[in-house]
Write a protein that binds this ligand. Structure first.
Ligand SMILES: Nc1nc2c(ncn2[C@@H]2O[C@H](COP(=O)(O)OP(=O)(O)O)[C@@H](O)[C@H]2O)c(=O)[nH]1
Ligand SMILES: [Mg+2]
Length: 376
């Protein structure tokens, strides 16, 4: 690990030098204002002292011009030590065994009803929610004198799944507030999603948009959003502290929407959410979206949600739908937390790979990915 101290007239200047010398993978360990020079204690100049570091083994020096936002953003912030890896593997194995046990359980339902049960199990719908849905199907099955066709049962299943989604507001995000804040753990697709939603807002709705990023931990993260800002031709401010943030909002006071990108960090560390609170002024004028990746384990999603409990979350955004074939987590999450989804993303392409998370869209994705086939 190479650590270096920089003294510069401004944070921007310091970052420029760090980027030039250590490359875009450098991380900022600390920054503070210092007062230097002057005469008899007067006329001292305000400077910033920044301590930056780079790990020459895990992060080879990259030049800014060759920067690839996708590649850079894939570097996780979380602890990568062998112990953590091993724990993760054990957790994965435990999940697998649990699923095998569920799958091998005895057939409990009459022929046409077993199929939806197996489907819900494969999709990893929580056992309690699965029972609730199955009870509804059974009730209808009895009401129809046990002579329902597979198509009818499929239609009831879809009805029950839609009813779960219909209990909260899904889709219809419509960006009601001026400040659109995007939070969530590292690597889930916050920045990419922000760019997709911003592009939609500019291109489809012809709105005036600006960006603020508070993700100053990695220089590569700033570059990533700057690249999107350039492509979309929108102004961007980098906020290193609360004052910067306030100044940026003043500069963008005449814009229709200001999209705020935030750092991921390790969401297990409570300091993360505290830092967010210190940096961003959560006003009535702001709506916050929590980004969750459908490739994460459900338990991690729950932990993330709990960690963000102190921040008013308007809706969630589910990402990486293209990288999974199990969608139960969406239904489990919405049902448990009574919190709807605004968008669902399904690929890396900006701005195309995003859908408004209407109940029918969520259901469509869940049904397309599945193994449950209509049989007549
Ligand atoms: N497959 C897939 N990849 C995605 C999606 N959204 C984002 N990504 C990728 O996930 C990686 C991390 O994205 P980024 O926006 O930097 O995440 P952040 O750290 O939360 O800001 C990048 O390689 C993105 O291209 C998605 O919907 N599907
Ligand atoms: Mg990001």
């Amino acid at each position: 690990m190479k650590v270096k101290k920089y003294l510069a007239p401004s944070m921007t200047e310091a970052m420029k030098r760090i980027r030039g010398e250590l490359g875009s993978e450098a991380v900022i360990l600390s920054s503070k204002a210092v007062y230097k020079g002057g005469f008899l204690g007067l006329f001292k100049k305000r400077k910033v002292e920044v301590i930056a570091a780079i790990d020459p083994v895990s992060a080879p020096l990259q030049t800014v011009t060759k920067h690839d936002p996708q590649q850079a953003s894939q570097v996780p912030d979380v602890d990568q030590s062998g112990g953590a890896e091993l724990l993760k593997e054990i957790e994965g194995l435990k999940d697998l065994i649990k699923r095998m046990q569920i799958n091998s359980s005895d057939r409990k339902y009459p022929e046409n009803l077993q199929e939806p049960y197996d489907y819900l199990t494969e999709q990893e719908v929580d056992p309690s929610l699965r029972s609730q849905i199955m009870d509804e199907l059974l009730e209808k099955w009895f009401a129809f004198k046990q002579r329902s066709t597979a198509e009818e049962i499929q239609a009831w299943l879809e009805e029950s799944m839609l009813a779960i989604l219909g209990k909260v507001e899904n889709g219809k995000p419509g960006l009601q507030k001026k400040y659109i804040n995007i939070v969530g753990p590292t690597g889930v697709g916050k920045t990419t999603t922000l760019a997709k939603v911003a592009a939609e807002t500019i291109l489809k709705h012809d709105k005036k948009v600006a960006f603020i990023t508070t993700d100053t931990y990695r220089i590569a993260a700033i570059d990533q959003l700057k690249t999107y800002a350039k492509i979309l031709n929108v102004p961007i401010e980098v906020a290193y502290n609360f004052e910067d943030f306030k100044r940026a909002t003043e500069r963008f006071s005449h814009y229709d929407y200001v999209f705020i990108d935030t750092a991921g960090r390790n969401f297990r560390n409570p300091q993360y959410v505290k830092d967010l609170n210190d940096l961003i002024h959560f006003t009535d004028e702001m709506e916050t979206y929590l980004v969750l990746s459908l490739t994460s384990k459900q338990k991690d999603m729950e932990d993330i949600y709990r960690q963000f409990a102190t921040i008013p979350i308007k809706q969630v955004i589910f990402t990486k739908a293209d990288e999974t074939s199990t969608f139960g987590a969406i239904f489990n999450f919405i049902h448990t937390h009574k919190l709807g989804a605004a968008y669902i993303t399904n690929g890396q392409d900006v701005p195309d790979d995003i859908e408004i998370a209407t109940p029918s869209q969520l259901l469509k994705m869940a049904l397309e990915a599945k193994k449950y086939e209509r049989s007549s």
